[in-house]
Structure formats: C-alpha cells, structure tokens
Design a protein around this ligand. Structure first.
Ligand SMILES: O[C@H]1[C@H](O)[C@@H](O)[C@H](O)[C@@H](O)[C@H]1O
Length: 562
C-alpha cells in the first residue's frame, strides 16, 4: 500500500511562474493556503492545531462536546452497572447468579450491536441530527424500563432497548464529529468522544458508589434513572446542532451546506477557504457518482443500501473496511474490558490484602480515572504527532505491561504473600497498561474508522467498525472468565500477543490520517485504481472551478512568501 503523505488540500495545476521549491503562502483571516509548486499540490488550514485550534473553532467544539454526551451515556452504563449488580437491595430483590449477570451485561452489548448496525440507514436518508434524536428517544425508553423494572425480564428488555440507543449513538457521535471538524483539529475534537466515554464511566461508578447505601430500591433505581437526564438533554439539543455540511452536499443541497459550513468555521460564506472546502466536498460527491457510472441510485432506496454495503467489501474499499474493523478488534483485544470487568478478581488474587471495596475502588475506580487522565495528552498531541506514532508506542508499552504481568503471575501466583513486591509491580503494570491504552487505542479507536471512509460509504463503514467494537467487547466478556480459569498467566499472554499484533498492524498497515482533509484521505489509500480516480478527480476539480479558486487566492502575497 502506498504510504504517500498527503496534505490537507489537494493537487492544482502549478502557476506558470512558480517553479521554486518553497511553498507559496497566502494568509487571510488567520487561515493559510500553501501552494507547493514542486508537487503541484495545495494545503490549507483555518488556524492552529491543538488546544488553541479547538478554541478557535468554538462552534465545532461546542457541537462536538454536545454530541459526545452519546459517549457519556455509554460509559455511564459501564460504570454504574458494575455497582448496581452488587448492591444489597438489588441482590435482595433479584438474587441472580453468574449466568443472569452475564445476560444482563450482554443484553446491552447485543442491543448496541444492533443499534450500531442499523442507525446508518437513518443517518444517510434523513440526517445525522434526526438519527441522534431517534437514538436518544430509544435510549430513554430503555432507561425508563430499567429504572421502573418490576421483573428481571423488564430489566433485560430495558437494557436491550437502551443498548440499541447507546450503540446507535456510539456510531453517530464520531460520524458527526468527523464531518463537522476542520482537518487541523479533527483528532483533538474526536478524542472528546473517548473523553466523554471514560468521564461517563467515572461518573457512573461514583454515582453508584454513593447511592448504594440509600435504603431500599432507590439505591439502584436512582443511578439508573439519572441517565435519563443527559439522554433528554441530548435529544432536545440535537435539534439545535448545525447540520453536517458533507451530508447536505451528498443530498445535493449545496446552499444549505455552504450556510452550515460558514457557521461551523465562523467565517462568511464568501470566504475563500470555506469555498475551497465546500468545493472539495462537491468534488467527492461527483467523483463517487461518476465512479459508480452515474447510477448511484436513490439515496436510501433498498437497492442503493444493498449496493453501499456491498461496496464496503469491493477492492477499492475493502482495505479501509478492514482498518475500521481491525481498529476496534485491537482496541478490545488489548484487554481493557477484561481488566475492567475481571480486574477485581485479579487484584484479589494478587493477595495484597485488598478486600471488597478497596479492590473495587482500586480497579474499577482507579482504571477509570487513569483512562480519563490519559485522554488529555491525546487531545493535545493527536493532531501534532499523528495517529500512527501513538498507536505504535501505545501497543508496544501495552505488550510489555501484559507480558510482565503474565510472567509475574506465572512465577508467583502460588505464593503471593511472600512476593508482595512482585504483586505491586503487577498492579503498577495494570496502570501502565491503562495509561498507554488511554492515550492510544482508546481514543484512536473512535477516530480512525470515521476518517478512512469516503462520504458514500462513511456511515456504513463506521457502523461496521462500531459493531466490531461491540461484538469483540461481547466476546471478551464471554471468554475472559473461562480463560482466567484455565490460566491467568496465559490470559495475559494472549493479550500481550494481541497488543504485539496491534503494533505490527499499526506499523505496516495503518496510513496516517492526521491533518488530511476527509476528502483527501482517498489519496492516502493511493493504489492503481486510486491513480485513475485521482485523474478523474483532478478533472472534476478543474470543471468545478476548484483549481481556479486555489490559483486565484494562492497567487502569492510578496510579504508572506517564505
Ligand atoms: O473506548 C472505550 C473505553 O476505553 C472503555 O473504557 C471501554 O470499556 C470501551 O469498550 C472502549 O470502546
């Protein structure tokens, strides 16, 4: 696969007198357009990256923060359920065994799998906003049923229905975020999804922790009911979100797309960079229609749906589909949820004298907080350093941490009390693993899949990647207890091997997507078929006037030429 580094922007016909190797820079309203005469390409940015870039893009930031409530709901459930299942009032009412507990957890995951897979249809046919609203309504129905559950069946059903909403939101939030972000801060904006998930988990954990001593059913009904509040807030607020300009272009509503883009970039509609970005979106849509022989079918019709799903597995797209699905495979097989779900058992086994609450706090509470803290540097560095270095570094450290635990458990598990140092090193490795995961596979799992697909397949591709997250999450929950039973050391070895495979995968198969506009990611996947497409693309760009626009604005300003 070509690893050609693409720029934000694209190709343009070189200015006749521009044969210098240095880029020609033009600046306007804090934005920069650079022409690179040698590669005859252009790149642009609306402003700085990192935190100042986020603040610069206040409308996109506020919208992304708002939809990240979808992630918060996901994390909250994870945090709260661990506590609810062991609450005295809950256990007294439903004295369930391991099997039923498993069913309760799995009901949400399977519901989420269904929600992730089905919401793409709504998202393309109507809008990202309508789909978010619908998902919230489903989520609230499920939560109400859980909160008021009188029987175990109500509870399971409530979790399955709520899960459909959670799963749909877990795919819709990153999709929407990717589509509204300018390239220079896209990674940082999208890392907010992971921040919200882990913040939700911390919130859910502590809510359950504090309500469990309230007498009676309130102890578990209250934390279950509280999730209705963010659910309703997101439902109502979704009506005010700026629409996705990319989807509007796909629907052929260019004027509305221009308005939406102007609002998001906080620039007038006549702004050249806004015009360039809009034209890039139009180029992509025309390109897709032409590549499909002009018969893309009516959006959302059954035939078009079937064709769009089939396209995910066609030669031009299979590699991207594999990246989305494998991204989530490696995220889950890193073992993060095995630690979250079965960490307390492990810690108890380490024989550090930690019992009951202490274990719970140290593991579920502690891992949540470490994950939360680790996303913060990811937000700052993800666009500057790129996705690949974080994935590679993260998987290396995770491999080593798992490997250490595996060896220590194998050596000393027969007699931990005489080897407390080894036991504490194991605890340290659990946290080291979590920090490395939290800065890499955690956030990037939610970023990369939304970036690798072109508009025509994005919602389906993201849906499939999200489904892979839920499916592998479900599998981990299912097999970890059995694996631990057979060999705890072996289980960590399996995760170490998975992380090492993740290292190889991110080194050799993942292209860098940081700082590349969503339209330009095509070029990152350049193949022979891609070259033909590039020519066609260049032709369409010329036809739609993109090159003229770039040349006009890019005519160097002598004061700013470097
Ligand atoms: O990104 C999230 C997060 O890291 C959670 O802690 C984990 O439980 C999820 O499965 C994962 O997708």
């Amino acid at each position: 696969m070509s690893q050609r580094r693409a720029t934000r922007g694209g190709a343009y016909a070189a200015l006749p007198d521009a044969d210098d190797a240095a880029p020609l820079l033009s600046r306007q309203h804090g934005g920069t357009l650079a022409l690179h005469p040698q590669s005859r390409s252009y790149s642009y940015s609306y402003g700085p990256s990192g935190v100042s870039g986020l603040l610069h893009n206040r409308t996109a930031l506020a919208s992304a923060l708002f939809v990240s409530i979808g992630g918060l709901l996901f994390g909250y459930d994870q945090g709260v359920v661990a506590n609810v299942l062991v609450m005295p009032a809950f256990v007294a009412r439903w004295p369930i065994g391991a099997w039923e507990k498993g069913v309760l957890t799995a009901a949400l995951e399977l519901g989420s799998l269904a929600g992730a897979l089905t919401s793409g249809v709504l998202a393309d046919r109507y809008s990202r906003r309508t789909s978010i609203l619908t998902a919230c309504i489903v989520f609230c129905l499920g939560s109400t049923l859980q909160t008021g559950a009188q029987t175990l069946t109500h509870l399971i059903l409530g979790r399955a229905i709520g899960g459909v909403g959670v799963g749909a939101l877990s795919m819709l939030s990153p999709l929407y975020m990717a589509e509204i972000s300018p390239p220079e801060v896209r990674g940082a904006l999208m890392a907010l999804e992971q921040l919200a998930i882990v913040f939700g988990a911390v919130l859910g954990f502590w809510t359950g922790y504090f309500t469990r001593d309230i007498p009676g059913d309130v102890s578990f009904r209250l934390p279950l009911g509280i999730q209705l509040v963010p659910g309703i807030v997101l439902a109502l607020g979704s009506l005010l979100l700026p629409p996705s300009p990319r989807l509007l272009v796909l629907h052929g509503d260019t004027n509305a797309a221009l308005v939406a883009l102007g609002t998001l970039r906080r620039r007038p509609r006549t702004d050249t960079l806004v015009q360039i970005e809009l034209l890039e979106m139009q180029v992509e849509v025309v390109l897709l229609a032409r590549a499909a022989g002009g018969t893309s079918g009516k959006l959302g019709s059954l035939r078009a749906e079937r064709r769009a799903w089939a396209r995910l597995f066609s030669p031009g797209y299979a590699q991207r589909t594999a990246i989305g699905v494998m991204m989530m495979f490696f995220q889950q097989w890193s073992g993060i949820n095995a630690l979250l779900y079965y960490g307390p058992t492990l810690m108890r086994a380490l024989g550090l004298g930690l019992q009951g609450d202490g274990v719970n706090l140290l593991v579920s509470g502690g891992i949540g907080i470490v994950q939360f803290l680790a996303v913060l540097p990811a937000i700052v560095f993800i666009d500057r350093l790129g996705r690949k270095p974080l994935l590679r570094g993260g998987s290396m450290v995770m491999t080593l941490a798992h490997f250490c635990i595996a060896v220590l458990v194998r050596q000393y598990s027969d007699d931990w009390p005489s080897h407390t140092l080894a036991a504490w090193i194991s605890v340290g490795c659990v946290y080291l693993f979590t920090a490395a995961y939290g800065v890499s596979y955690g956030p990037i799992g939610w970023i990369l899949p939304s970036e690798v697909f072109p508009l025509s397949t994005r919602s389906k591709g993201v849906a499939l990647a999200t489904a892979s997250n839920w499916f592998n999450n479900f599998l981990i929950g299912l097999v970890t207890p059995e694996l631990m039973e057979v060999s705890a050391s072996g289980t960590f070895m399996i995760f170490a091997v998975a992380c090492f495979l993740g290292y190889l995968w991110s080194t050799y198969l993942v292209p860098e997507t940081a700082n590349v506009s969503l339209e330009e990611i095509d070029a990152v996947f350049g193949s022979d078929a891609g070259l033909e497409e590039l020519e066609l693309k260049s032709q369409i760009e010329e036809e739609l006037g993109l090159h003229d626009l770039v040349r006009q604005w890019g005519t160097p300003d002598p004061d700013h030429t470097s």
